[in-house]
Write a protein that binds this ligand. Structure first.
Ligand code: 13P
Length: 255
């Protein structure tokens, strides 16, 4: 891998039915040029993934899961495996999104198993880390994001693709975006943590920023050192917004 390119990943969360997803993909295929398509990833809800995978055929758009269990198969009601994702054509999967950590109680040791299992199936895990507002107020940001990174990567293979996403919990879905200085500090802390994990490959790991990314802040965020892409929630649900964020990030503002 050479120096990372800029990527926009749209996390749809629990939004869009199969019909709405099909409409979105057909519009995105029409509007995004092939070279733009290869930098865009959509993440539909698990039951909508089949429709998305069909619609993406013949384009260079890619998709990923929002979650996966680590076991290959068995009595795990409600879960999906890396094997299922792989057969359906997923190339990425989120691991440890703050909503999974907070609402579903997922902790670092479980997330480490997920990262390992996904890498084993040739799916690129996107490990999400981020501090709460309390963590930030009490000056614990560095401690928390380093712990989450080390914890999630404890069984990871540095020779296989892996992405990281910094999503401050207080900036998710709130309209409140981290300042350029806060983002720069966090991403540089994460790059350092990656270097401790694997000196050889750390610079090749894309680190995405997520948390209220919109067209009006995309250019300034994209220009920050060590920001290699965005993980976008609300603004990824409309083709026009998603694409204009990508296009604005392709000509980042100097910061
Ligand atoms: P918003 O872009 O809606 O703040 O969501 C961010 C996020 O959680 C992406 O995973």
């Amino acid at each position: 891998m050479s120096k990372p390119e800029f990527y926009c990943v749209g996390n749809w969360k629990m939004n869009k039915s199969p019909a709405q997803a099909a409409e979105f993909i057909s519009k995105l295929k029409e509007q995004a040029k092939p070279e733009e398509q290869s930098r865009l990833v959509v993440m539909p809800p698990a039951l909508v993934a089949f429709e998305v995978a069909q619609q993406l055929k013949g384009s260079s758009l890619r998709w990923g899961g929002q979650n996966s269990y680590f076991e290959a198969a068995g009595a795990f009601t409600g879960e999906n495996s890396p094997q299922i994702l792989k057969e359906m054509g997923a190339q990425f999967c989120l691991v440890g999104h703050s909503e999974r950590r907070q609402i579903f109680g997922e902790a670092d040791d479980l997330l480490a198993k997920k990262v390992q299992a996904l890498q084993g199936m040739g799916i690129t895990p996107i490990l999400c880390v981020g501090e709460t507002l309390d963590d930030r107020r009490w000056n614990r940001t560095q401690e928390v994001i380093v712990r989450q990174t080390r914890g999630g990567l404890q069984a990871a293979d540095p020779t296989k693709p892996m992405w990281l996403a910094y999503e401050p919990v207080w900036a998710i879905g709130t309209g409140e975006v981290a300042t350029p200085l806060q983002v720069e500090e966090a991403h540089s802390i994460l790059r350092k943590a990656l270097k401790e994990w694997s000196a050889q490959t750390a610079n090749e790991v894309p680190i995405l920023y997520g948390g209220s990314v919109k067209a009006d802040n995309a250019r300034s965020l994209a220009g920050i050192n060590n920001v290699n892409g965005f993980l976008i929630g609300g603004a990824s649900l409309k083709v026009d917004d998603f694409l204009s964020i990508y296009r604005l990030s392709a000509s980042p503002a100097a910061v």
